[in-house]
Design a binder for this molecule. Structure first.
Ligand SMILES: NC(=O)c1ccc[n+]([C@@H]2O[C@H](COP(=O)([O-])OP(=O)(O)OC[C@H]3O[C@@H](n4cnc5c(N)ncnc54)[C@H](OP(=O)(O)O)[C@@H]3O)[C@@H](O)[C@H]2O)c1
Length: 221
């Protein structure tokens, strides 16, 4: 797949991008500054096996134009302006939101945006021509770049578009994670809120990568 990552210069986008490139996808790192996108792409290529397709980087609009699937990995406060920049190029494409609506400085307190979740807010902004799926919110960036590290976290996938959720499940598998259909987009409030809780658990336990696992599912789920 051709995957663009808006704000892919940050730790979460870099980690996911590296794993998807290692799995054979064509990854584009997006940034507000094209040079920064290209620079980070170069840094990721230096870490990837030579057999992986080369990661490329450019401005957020340019990477959106190049992609089939667009992953939004920016801070919540940057979500609306970032989507405004890329909206014309997003039409007809899938948007996967990784965004967690945190309200600094209380980032371990659950905060619910007026639309119900950051993902629903994105869906309202973009309209029906762009299906929005929420996924990867609970996956810590810390160990993603270590490709052989098994990340102990499931990916809860929320959305109203069945095909979009299947794409997110495939991208979960390709990142070495288990993707689980967690229901409609309105359920994203729970998934996004869980991350604030995980941040608090990390702080109290003095660790960096608490995750979540759904128990009771068959081994081949
Ligand atoms: N870090 C984690 O472990 C983790 C885990 C799960 C979910 N998340 C969520 O995933 C998203 C990305 O996380 P992250 O840690 O990678 O975030 P980040 O480093 O704070 O930001 C990612 C990128 O977003 C762009 N950005 C930052 N501020 C912006 C602004 N005011 N306006 C427009 N663009 C801006 C920057 O790219 P340019 O400067 O290159 O444009 C930055 O490199 C967040 O919503 C976060 O809550 C993070």
């Amino acid at each position: 797949m051709k995957i663009a990552i808006l704000g892919g210069t940050g730790p979460e986008g870099q980690g996911l991008g590296m794993r998807w490139a290692a799995a054979g996808h064509e990854v584009w790192i997006g940034s507000r500054q094209a040079e920064r996108g290209a620079q980070v792409a170069g840094e990721l290529n230096a870490l990837l096996p030579a057999s992986a397709p080369r990661v490329r980087g450019a401005g957020n609009l340019e990477v959106t134009e190049a992609a089939e699937v667009v992953v939004m990995s920016v801070p919540y406060q940057a979500q609306r302006p970032t989507l405004e920049t890329v909206a014309p190029a997003l039409r007809g494409k899938l948007l996967i939101s990784v965004v967690v609506p945190l309200q600094p400085p209380k980032v371990s307190h659950v905060w619910v945006p007026p639309a119900g979740s950051a993902a629903q807010e994105a869906q309202q902004q973009l309209g029906d021509s762009v299906p929005v799926v929420a996924a990867f919110q609970n996956v810590s960036a810390v160990l993603l770049k270590e490709l052989d590290h098994v990340v102990e976290c499931d990916v809860l996938i929320c959305g109203d578009d069945r095909a979009g959720k299947e794409v997110a499940a495939r991208l979960s598998r390709d990142a070495g994670l288990r993707g689980i259909d967690a229901g409609p987009l309105q359920n994203a409030v729970v998934v996004e809120g869980l991350t604030a809780m995980l941040i608090g658990i990390n702080k109290r336990a003095k660790i960096k990568h608490a995750g979540i696992r759904i128990t009771g599912l068959p081994d081949d789920y």
